[in-house]
Design a protein around this ligand. Structure first.
Ligand code: SAH
Length: 207
């Protein structure tokens, strides 16, 4: 697990709870077997269906922006492999996660069960609408880029300092945005540049 110090700690991820959560989740379980040689690299790794599991440093940075203490209800859009979902499960009270590709959601559910994680709830649907049933959320994290802040996600964010962390931009350049909601006031801050797959619209073909 030396890569965690090298890729995360050395690059400014100082929150010991986050580092500990990464140590608890074996990345090799979340990538196809022929990709296992690459798990210690700080790169995204293909997981099928044209999707990737994100670069660990960006996952750690986005989670750090959420400022989780352990008692939060979190919504994740884009379960993918379930790697980030598993990490979040160690940092928050309940994690609700939405994935649009049913096969990816099924595999993620199996991995999460295998790890004995009980506070994760995965749903197959279009994440652009969020998951109103369980709202409001203390934190919302989006793992695919949008061209605008989805209004449903803003609505479902707790108005008592809820935080939404989302990549926004276009196919060639995006930035991570940290959006904080206090009452009806919204504070928006731009973090680092990044490169994500797009947030798909329901009915759009994949592969
Ligand atoms: N954090 C994940 C990243 C997966 S990539 C991981 O580490 O594995 C982004 C994921 O978002 C893909 O699995 C993709 O299918 C999913 N996605 C894209 N658009 C979506 C949408 N509108 N609703 C829900 N999930 C979506």
């Amino acid at each position: 697990m030396e890569w965690i110090n090298r890729q995360l700690l050395a690059r400014g991820i100082k929150d010991s709870r986050i580092l500990e959560a990464f140590r608890k989740v074996p990345r090799e379980l979340f990538v196809p077997s022929h990709m296992r040689a690459f798990i210690e690299n700080d790169t995204a790794i293909p997981i099928g269906y044209g999707q990737t599991t994100s670069q660990p440093y960006i996952i750690a940075l986005m989670i750090q922006h959420l400022g989780l203490k352990g008692d939060e209800k979190v919504l994740e859009i884009g379960t993918g492999s379930g790697y980030q979902t598993a990490i979040l499960s160690h940092l928050a009270k309940e994690v609700y996660s939405i994935e649009i590709i049913p096969e990816l959601a099924d595999d993620a559910i199996k991995r999460i069960e295998k790890l004995g994680i009980k506070n994760v709830h995965i749903f197959v649907r279009d994440g652009i609408n969020g998951l109103p049933e369980y709202s409001p959320y203390d934190a919302i994290i989006v793992s695919a880029y949008a061209t605008f802040v989805p209004p449903s996600l803003l609505e479902q964010l707790s108005s008592q300092g809820g935080r939404l962390v989302i990549p926004i931009g276009n196919p060639s350049i995006q930035h991570i945005y940290v959006i904080e909601k206090h009452g009806d006031k919204i504070k928006k801050e731009r973090s680092v540049p990044c490169l994500f797959v797009p947030l798909r619209e329901e009915g759009l073909e994949y592969e």
